[in-house]
Design a protein around this ligand. Structure first.
Ligand code: 5GP
Ligand code: ZN
Length: 137
């Protein structure tokens, strides 16, 4: 399979590596949202977080927490966004599960803050929405 993140995660393509273990590699995003923007790449291919083995997610997020704390300490970030886009409709552009760890700075809120836009939508039927999700949990 021709997957760029498989190649980077497994060291076939060299990258500046912040952290590596048997399961994952942490690198810098080539097109960062802020200085230090990192990506956690599992070495095992999965199309997105939704396909990744559930029992291994804990380790990925342990490392995300470690990297986020290190950004606060080492980069003096005031906060971090930790997120995974799943599917193109949600903004996923590389078809290999990855977690973004993005340092944020209080003095640059317009430039750096991640804004989740809200839209005017017809008033949702919350009971119906909850039922549709719960039936599929
Ligand atoms: P997504 O949009 O899928 O959540 O995020 C993909 C991220 O991967 C983007 O922020 C993009 O800049 C980054 N990216 C894409 N190709 C490469 C690459 O070859 N190397 C690195 N380091 N980052 C990449
Ligand atoms: Zn892959």
């Amino acid at each position: 399979m021709d997957c760029i993140f498989c190649k980077i995660a497994n060291g076939e393509i060299p990258s500046t590596t912040l952290y590596e273990d048997d399961d994952l590699r942490v690198i810098f995003d080539i097109n960062p949202t802020s200085a230090g923007h990192a990506l956690i790449l599992p070495k095992e291919h999965a199309a997105s977080l939704l396909e990744y083995p559930a029992e291994k997610l804990g380790h990925i997020f342990e490392i995300a927490q470690k990297v986020g704390k290190s950004m606060e300490k080492g980069l003096h970030a005031d906060g971090v966004n930790i997120l995974a886009n799943c599917r193109p409709a949600a903004g996923q552009s590389v078809d290999h599960f990855h977690v973004h760890v993005i340092p944020r700075y209080a003095n640059q809120p317009e430039k750096d803050a991640l804004v989740i836009e809200t839209h005017e939508i017809p008033k949702p039927d919350l009971d119906a929405l909850a039922k549709a999700i719960q039936e599929n949990l």
